[in-house]
Each structure stands twice: as C-alpha cells, then as structure tokens.
Design a protein around this ligand. Structure first.
Ligand SMILES: [Fe+2]
Ligand SMILES: [Fe+2]
Length: 246
C-alpha cells in the first residue's frame, strides 16, 4: 500500500502558493495512495473562513482515506472547535490489514508549544492493544525530537520524554509530524520519526523547497521517499524491514 504524508498548508496565508497547491493535488492524485496523512497547520490562524477554504481545497484530493490532525495554527482563535466541526475528531484513526495509524492533537489553544497530555496515554495504549501483527504508526503535528536546521528548540511537546518512552514500550514503528517546515527522518529505538516539510507554502527554511513524503509498504518492507514538490525528485529515502512482536 502507498501512503502520502503532507503538512503545513497554511491555507489562506500569503505564504500558500496556489500553483504549488495545484501541483500537490496533481501529484498526490497521480500516485493515488490508499491514505493521505496531513500533519496539521492546514489553516494559518484557525478562523472559520480559513477552514471553509481549506475544506474546499481538500475536496480536490481524490483519496478515499484521509487522516488529519490539528496544528498549533489550527487551534488559534478557538479553531480547534471548528476543526472538530469539519473533521469530527482531533484524534482520528485509520486501520487496514497492514497498518494502524492513530492521530493525536498535540496543539494548545493560542500557544505554539506542543503537549500530548498524560490523560491520553492510556487511550494510546488501548488503541494499539492486540495490534502486534500490524505496522503501528502515530501522527501528530509537533516533532518529538528536535529537527536540525530549525533554530533553537522551543515548541517541542512538554511531555515528549514520556511520549517517546510510551512509543518505545508500545513498539510504534512510525511517527509522522510537521510543524518545523523541514523534512527530516530520525531513527530512535527502532521507531522512525518522519517529518514532512511544508507541502505548498513558501514558509521555507534557508534554501528549502516544498515537499511531502511517500511511504510504500509491501508486507513488512517499507520505503520512505521525501519528494521535492517542484522537481518531483526524491531527495531523501530509506528502506527498512519492520519487525514487530509477532
Ligand atoms: Fe506550520
Ligand atoms: Fe505548526
């Protein structure tokens, strides 16, 4: 199966480039993944009109399954309530024969810092119970491990240490995030932490480019390609074999 991971559209901001947004739709629809992951900051300030506009934009993706989590920008101005109105939940899930993905809201209203919260740990544990025969994945907006080339660390979830321990204990294979507008992959204790760059805005770091990730799963073999939206070249890739407790 194929999954595409995009992030940080910041729709309606002057940073969103319409042409890039259309290129993203074309490329995603052409690849036709089974699942599209959007790891937050779909709006720029969480306003109702922004949600209306981004919901309209997302209709152009002809992908059956989408898993969308809110980012810090989406939670601004009580936007988290609007997020729930349009997308039903801030904790979406997807599961098929191969993979179980759990979406988490790591945002705090009108703060840029991340926070998962102890009260959610049991819920996360229960979601992965009895799923050892599948690839386990989490998506949340905030990065759990600092990303190089993004300045001094200041927004990492305040409980990232405990969350990393939980991820290790539960044998989570992949964590998909955004927020930093910088593509990157870390491997820690057999978990891959995959960050997507901003997929269609010019909110880029240094000489950066808009990007997204393609995840190709063939039984336990997984390939991750980070794609430059402009050139469609794969800039960073890795292949790995997933071994779970089964
Ligand atoms: Fe962002
Ligand atoms: Fe963000």
């Amino acid at each position: 199966m194929k999954i595409i991971h995009i992030s940080d559209l910041h729709k309606t901001s002057s940073f969103f480039i319409k042409e890039w947004g259309n290129m993203l739709i074309d490329q995603v629809n052409r690849i036709n993944p089974e699942l599209l992951i959007i790891s937050g900051d779909i709006t720029d300030n969480g306003y109702y009109f922004e949600y209306e506009e981004v919901v309209e934009y997302l209709k152009a993706f002809k992908i059956k399954n989408m898993i969308i989590v809110p980012g810090n920008h989406d939670a601004r101005n009580e936007g988290y309530r609007i997020f729930e109105k349009f997308f039903k939940t801030r904790y979406p899930q997807f599961e098929n024969d191969e993979i179980v993905i759990l979406g988490l809201d790591s945002s705090e209203p009108d703060l840029d810092d991340g926070h998962i919260g102890r009260s959610h740990y049991k819920y996360i544990e229960n979601c992965f119970k009895g799923k050892n025969n599948k690839i386990k994945a989490i998506t949340l907006h905030h990065h759990l491990i600092p990303i190089p080339g993004t300045g001094r660390e200041r927004h990492i979830p305040v409980d990232s240490g405990d969350m990393l321990k939980l991820i290790k204990d539960l044998g989570v294979n992949f964590v998909f995030s955004g927020h930093k507008h910088m593509p990157w992959i870390w491997n820690l204790n057999n978990t891959y932490f995959i960050n997507s760059g901003t997929s269609a805005t010019r909110k880029l770091k240094g000489m950066g480019y808009p990007s997204y990730n393609i995840i190709t799963i063939n039984k336990k073999e997984v390939r991750i390609n980070e794609i430059n939206l402009i050139t469609e070249e794969s800039k960073m890739s890795l292949e790995t074999i997933i071994s779970n407790g089964d």
